[in-house]
Design a protein around this ligand. Sequence first.
Ligand code: SAM
Length: 365
Amino acid sequence: MQESGVRDGVLNNTHSRITLRHLEKVSNPKSIHGIYPYRGKMSALDAAHVISQLPSTAFLLDPFCGTGTIVYEAQAHGMRAIGVDKNPLACVIARGKTEPIDKKHTMKKLSSAISAAKSQDDVPGMPISPARYFHPDTADEIMRMLQVSDDFSPYLLSSLYGSICVAARACNGWLWTSTSIGRINKPLRRIDFYSTLLRKARKHIGFVNTESPPARIHDYDARRLPEIIEENSIDVVYTSPPYFDALDYTNYYSKIVLEIVGIDRASVRKDLIQRYSTYREDMRNALTAIDAVVHDNSLIIFIVGDRRVHGKLIRGFEFFTEIAPWDSPYVVEREYTDTASGLWDKINKTQRKEQILVWDLANGG
Ligand SMILES: C[S@@+](CC[C@H](N)C(=O)[O-])C[C@H]1O[C@@H](n2cnc3c(N)ncnc32)[C@H](O)[C@@H]1O
């Protein structure tokens, strides 16, 4: 697409071009990214493809990291990386995917936790709202596991939370699609939660990177980045920001998990950028915060989309170009057809289009 930004000893000498390719599929089943079904998760294949073209010496920031797809891929590429997200659940998963662990010890710990869970007395009942989705025996097993999870590593917590989502879907006959999460399909099936959890933890543990430097994940507001990140320190910002008010990142599977673990959704939501009325100002503040931590030669990559508001189509790239403190980005547009997001497109009355914006500050933005 263009020459990369330039910085002494970091991005210079490479003069690399970033190319984007058409993706036949967006998810990679042979990866850690399926550990938790976070709504709004970006394509890991896309992230890996872009990151593979960046110098591994660069320092990367994803200010809206969600479950850490970009941060994980950057870490796997040998980069130092920071992820920031104000949803505590997303941060647990991002840490679970990027914190180095002793794999043998982790699986041993899980086996003994399961034995301890089985022999628990006085197990609290699952809160009424999420309990509707589970067979009572499965709900009891989930609550038993929660009782013994206080000292779980982020990896084990990610496996636990991801397994709660698998169990919810399985108890409802595997009928949930990305747009029918939460529909109750009776009779509810009984699922052995302990085996589900063991399977998930075993399936993904091989992908945890034990060699690369650990990434830093901050549960923090992206509008306040300079409070946690040194000014002028970031070489590459790569992110998919929250889209207008289209997605509630505490909803869907996360609603079920947050209710079970006892985190108040409203208090999480109030700090997230997801209301259209304040979106422009919120994003402007986030971009100003990003501007403070990048330097003159940084590369800033945003994946954005379109949105129809009050009958008017708002083009993501136009919106961001207008509010960004940097000049004219490179823009590449992609269109998705025949994907699971078709229904979403209908609701949103727009074709699913995605734009990749790149500000190359070395070339004047
Ligand atoms: C499109 S999602 C990112 C998904 C991520 N790329 C992944 O693959 O999981 C946008 C993220 O922005 C986060 N977010 C919203 N408002 C925020 C804020 N004020 N500060 C930091 N993160 C915020 C949401 O919690 C959500 O996880």
